[in-house]
Design a protein around this ligand. Structure first.
Ligand SMILES: Cc1cc2nc3c(=O)[nH]c(=O)nc-3n(C[C@H](O)[C@H](O)[C@H](O)COP(=O)(O)O)c2cc1C
Ligand code: SF4
Ligand code: SF4
Length: 379
């Protein structure tokens, strides 16, 4: 008899890596006689937070790693999970990271607190975490570097697919599987960056996305955004602060019109200098009123809202400027993503990322082969 009657997985995936890992696990569950559901949490409303499962159910949370942390949408789901009273429910965590490959050498990504933080929250809520697994699938952070070509991406995925299947088999048999903890000292050292990413990186990265003059206003990016972060404004996309910087809109635009503006980033960084000077002066003035505000506390209390306000205002100006063709070309051709290919996980297509009409429509119902292309079935 299988150790669990049911496997329920919740997934936040920008470009399909976490979704692919969920499909691989679901396929193993089905093979082992365990019912499996894979729910993408795109636009999941508060009311849809999973109800406490029975003792014979296994819960899984799969998500990309963003800024050495959990994406905000997944963190919010885990924080809002109902508290368990009585018998603990078993759960596992899978964070997909940015893996790389140079020749024959595969290099892992870095989790930071992407496993630790949800683990602590789940434990505090009365869930029993029985497994953790970082999965090093091709990095999708095309704002930083060009994505891998198809064959390299498939080779990275094939290697990880085997590891994920072993992990799934162990858990589904009722075992424990703890992976990803030997880098804990490094991961903890990254804590300040992870802490800075949520308030700064996440919001700042949203405000780098622009649409080039090639955009025809089709609205695909807005429809497929998992965070409903794109507003169509007079037939052009406008990125709001809800963006998770998941890279999906860059990858699904049929005209490759979505770019990250690196020249606008340079302008932002340069403008933070005078803003910091202003915040220092304001903190000094505040310190004369109340001494504790004279130092770092006063600086950040002034700098953070000022920086956010400036980002919002300057992005609004940028969005207007982009309607002028030559200005649009200027920002588009100085964007590094203009020269990058796009990335979707091997085996994942744009249609797999459509907003889930039926939130339960997942791998268990899918007739598609979830394996990375060209791989032999698991023994
Ligand atoms: C904004 C952003 C931040 C990222 N931060 C990290 C990170 O801290 N560590 C890491 O290993 N990979 C990082 N990556 C790479 C992704 O986590 C990785 O490619 C992941 O597998 C993508 O999964 P998805 O396709 O399901 O969205 C980052 C990617 C983006 C877009
Ligand atoms: S998907 Fe591309 S072409 Fe369509 S609205 Fe978005 S940016 Fe424009
Ligand atoms: S706006 Fe683009 S990058 Fe941001 S959450 Fe939506 S799809 Fe992802």
């Amino acid at each position: 008899m299988p150790a669990y009657q049911e496997l329920s997985m919740y997934c936040f995936s920008g470009t399909g890596n976490a979704l692919a890992a969920g499909k691989w696990i679901a396929a193993r569950a089905v093979a082992a006689g365990t019912g499996a559901r894979l729910t993408r949490i795109d636009r999941l409303a508060r009311a849809e937070v999973p109800a406490p499962a029975t003792g014979r159910a296994l819960l899984g949370f799969l998500y990309a790693t963003h800024g050495f942390c959990v994406p905000w949408l997944m963190l919010r789901l885990i924080v809002r999970l109902p508290r368990r009273a009585g018998r603990a429910v078993d759960a596992f965590l899978v964070n997909t990271r940015g893996g790389t490959k140079f020749g024959p050498v595969h290099l892992p990504g870095l989790s930071g607190v992407a496993l630790l933080l949800p683990l602590v929250i789940l434990w505090l809520k009365g869930y029993r975490v029985v497994g953790t697994r970082p999965v090093d699938l091709p990095s999708n952070w095309m704002q930083l570097h060009p994505p891998f070509g198809e064959s390299t991406a498939a080779a990275i995925a094939a290697r990880q697919w085997v590891a994920v299947e072993r992990f799934a088999d162990r858990l589904l048999a009722g075992g424990r599987a703890w992976h990803g903890w030997w880098t804990l000292p490094v991961d903890l050292a990254l804590l300040p960056i992870a802490a800075g990413y949520l308030p700064f990186g996440r919001f700042g990265l949203a405000k780098l996305q622009i649409a080039s003059a090639a955009c025809d206003g089709c609205g695909v990016c807005a429809r497929l955004c998992p965070a409903a972060a794109i507003r169509m404004d007079r037939d052009r996309p406008y990125w709001t602060f809800d963006c998770e910087a998941c890279m999906r809109c860059l990858s699904v635009c049929p005209l490759q019109a979505v770019q990250s503006s690196h020249s606008y980033l340079a302008v932002l960084i340069l403008s933070f200098g005078p803003l910091a000077g202003l915040a220092h002066a304001a903190a000094a003035a505040l310190g004369r009123l109340w001494a504790p505000l004279g130092g770092r506390l006063g600086f950040w209390a002034v700098f953070y809202p000022l920086a956010m306000l400036w980002m919002w205002l300057s992005y609004d100006l940028l969005a207007r400027a982009l309607r002028v063709r030559w200005l649009n070309h200027l920002f588009t051709y100085t964007s590094l993503t203009r020269y990058c290919r796009r990335y979707l996980a091997p085996g994942i297509r744009t249609r797999d990322l459509r907003p889930p009409r039926d939130p339960d429509a997942g791998a268990a119902a899918s007739t598609e082969d979830p394996r990375p292309r060209g791989q032999a079935p698991a023994a």
